[in-house]
Design a binder for this molecule. Structure first.
Ligand code: FES
Length: 124
């Protein structure tokens, strides 16, 4: 299957689950969408590679159990929902994308539309 081909539900095969180091951030670009994929002990999550606070890329975010820590200012975001769990921050959630794991292969679903500038991280 072509790496950019999707199944009838729109999921795009990405990488074998075993190829992801648990607790580490792995960055991809899927149909122009910058995403990060994180494998935890029992789940796989996909989020936009852009912090909702100041648009920092999250490639170098640290992962702790079920949340990640933005490398720029340290806000914490839930991996499953993207919501910010740093008390009083008021930061918006980070966008999440549906993930499916079939026969050990991770597939993600991104929008059919192209990302806008508001979906892209600001690189220094
Ligand atoms: S840019 Fe992520 S917490 Fe500020």
């Amino acid at each position: 299957m072509h790496p950019d081909a999707s199944d009838p539900d729109g999921y795009i095969p990405l990488i074998a689950q075993d190829a992801l180091v648990p607790g580490r951030v792995h960055a991809f670009v899927v149909r122009h969408w910058p995403i990060i994929v994180v494998r935890t002990a029992d789940q796989v999550h996909a989020l936009l590679n852009r912090c909702s606070h100041a648009a920092a890329p999250l490639d170098d975010a640290r992962v702790r159990r079920d949340f990640l820590i933005c490398p720029l200012h340290g806000a914490q975001f839930d991996l499953a929902t993207g919501s910010c769990r740093s008390a009083g921050s008021g930061y918006l959630p980070i966008r999440t994308f549906p993930v499916r794991v079939t026969d050990g292969m991770i597939a993600v679903r991104v929008p059919d539309t192209q990302p806008t500038v508001d979906d892209l991280p600001l690189r220094p």
